[in-house]
Design a protein around this ligand. Structure first.
Ligand code: ZN
Ligand code: ZN
Length: 336
């Protein structure tokens, strides 16, 4: 089978690779669509979480091609997406309903992913696509689940006021989830004009450039929003979030921080009684909810797709994304 193989930092090659062999509790998936995630680009630039020499890609949909002997309730040709995180189901976290905190085993991050014709995964991670949900929408379920889990874990309640830093894929998803969940206001901070416009179209009340977030303070009677969602993960966005959020408010950290930075204003964090919450990876419930939101048309993930490419174009596309030479939001790879 052909796949986009991550052979070393700054090097992805299209290669002929062995088709994965499944064990009794796994299924083999013929991949139809796989999205390119910011974390794939991050791996390309600085190395994958465990080692290179894997196939990247964890946001995907496809059809069941082979079924392990112990797998029930599934048939060849079923249209599916997955939760790419594969927890052990037996550790402290898994036994306490906190499976996304189990040791990381993620398809396309620590194990071979879906930028290839076939991928295998343990069968309990499979989520069937309802008839009305397309393969493209199916490939957006995992990123949507991040937004769902972020809004839920933040403690947001209907009618609360919110601000979102960043209108990239996760920012635009978080805006839509907040809208579906009944936010009274959604203020968005984003530098790129095209992304600002899309944020407005998808439910933001007002958008601001990065230096103008202070206007949100005025619009909230100098109090600040109840919740701030940082979908960027830069030192400035964390600092600005602390200044912006109201006393006793909550900052949800969704954008990935991988580099150390100096944290100024820690006293403000204390004196304002701020709650800061981290998150990583999604649980099964968030994936099911994401799928429901798409099926019920409460969110629209399709406007986030700005380009469709073939597998052969993946090395160049990731190289371009890594240089920041783009205003793409989500690139989808159609695998034939
Ligand atoms: Zn992702
Ligand atoms: Zn576990």
């Amino acid at each position: 089978m052909r796949g986009a193989y991550f052979s070393e930092v700054h090097k992805i090659e299209i290669k002929d690779l062995p088709k994965p062999e499944i064990s009794a509790d796994e299924v083999l998936i013929r991949v139809k669509i796989c999205g390119i995630c910011g974390s794939d680009v991050g791996s390309y630039l600085t190395g994958a979480m465990e080692s290179q020499q894997i196939i990247l890609g964890h946001e995907f949909s496809g059809e069941i091609a082979e079924i392990g002997d112990k797998v029930k309730k599934m048939k060849i040709g079923d249209r599916i997406t997955v939760n790419p995180n594969v927890p052990c189901l037996d550790c402290y976290y898994c036994r306490h309903g906190l499976e996304n905190m189990c040791i990381f085993h993620t398809i396309g991050v620590t194990h071979d992913g879906a930028l290839s014709e076939y991928v295998k995964i343990r069968a309990d991670r499979i989520h069937k696509l309802p008839e009305s949900v397309s393969f493209e929408e199916g490939a957006m379920v995992e990123p949507l689940a991040i937004g769902v889990q972020a809004v839920r874990n933040s403690g947001f309640k209907v009618g609360d006021t919110t601000a979102v830093f960043g209108a990239g894929p996760i920012g635009l998803i978080t805006i839509q989830v907040l809208n579906a969940a009944g936010a009274s206001k959604i203020y968005v901070i984003e530098p790129i004009e095209a992304k600002q416009q899309l944020a407005l179209k998808l439910g933001a009340d007002k958008v601001f450039g990065p230096k103008l977030w202070g206007k949100i303070t005025k619009l909230t009677n100098k109090i600040g929003p109840d919740y701030v969602y940082d979908c960027v993960g830069l030192p400035e966005t964390i600092m600005n979030s602390m200044q912006l959020v109201r006393n006793g408010g909550t900052i949800m950290m969704i954008g990935t921080h991988s580099e150390p930075f100096e944290m100024n204003g820690f006293l403000q964090f204390m004196s304002k009684n701020i709650t800061m919450i981290g998150m990583y990876l999604v649980d099964q419930e968030s994936v099911s909810t994401a799928l429901n939101l798409i099926e019920q048309k409460k969110v629209n993930v399709l406007p986030l797709i700005t380009k469709r490419i073939k597998l052969d174009e993946v090395p160049n596309a990731i190289e371009d994304l890594s240089k920041g030479l783009h205003d793409d939001i989500k690139i989808m790879v159609e695998i034939e």
